[in-house]
Design a protein. Structure first.
Length: 175
């Protein structure tokens, strides 16, 4: 039985994971309900949106678990977050009911809950999607997460490792 080199396994795993990481690139939210900017703190409002991306010139819905809407406070108080309920999978529609934070609404975010682990332990690392019809375009309440792609270096590294591993496997088989 032939043993598969570790480098080939790692490269294949990186290539297999790349499409999932890249699938989040270019995803945008479009609000389908008006957001009552002057809603009173503590009031519960319903926010609906479509989530998707353009691929080969066609709009595609995006879906994942732990999609949320977050209202940031205009006064700097704690934000309020609510996880969304998806509509039909083919539409990319989402809806969530969320409480207005103390101080009123300063900004609105639509995102995907993420997690990261490191020396300091595990913590949430949310991905915030751009909103095409953002009702708070000049909000300065909290910085938005960058939508710049950070996954392409991993896809490139995985591809290069895989290309380097193929000759190694071929040479070992000849011996």
């Amino acid at each position: 039985m032939h043993r598969i080199p570790l480098v080939l396994l790692v490269a294949t795993a990186a290539l297999a994971a790349a499409p999932f990481a890249l699938a989040k690139e270019g995803v945008k939210a479009t609000l389908t309900t008006a957001v009552p900017r002057q809603a009173q703190p503590g009031a519960r409002i319903t926010v609906s949106w479509r989530l998707g991306y353009v691929e080969n010139g066609r709009w595609r819905p995006f879906g994942a678990s732990e999609i949320f809407v977050r209202l940031l406070s205009a006064s700097g108080s704690d934000a309020k977050t609510s996880f969304a309920t998806p509509g039909p999978a083919t539409t990319g529609e989402w809806t969530a009911t969320v409480a207005v934070p103390e101080g009123g609404i300063g900004d609105l975010q639509v995102g995907l809950r993420g997690y990261s682990s490191g020396e300091g332990g595990s913590h949430t690392s949310d991905m915030i999607f751009p909103i095409t019809n953002d009702p708070f375009p000049r909000a300065v309440v909290a910085p938005r997460a960058s939508t710049e792609s950070r996954s392409w270096p991993f896809a490139l590294a995985g591809g290069l490792l895989w290309l380097l591993a193929v000759p190694v496997v071929a040479l070992r088989r000849r011996r």
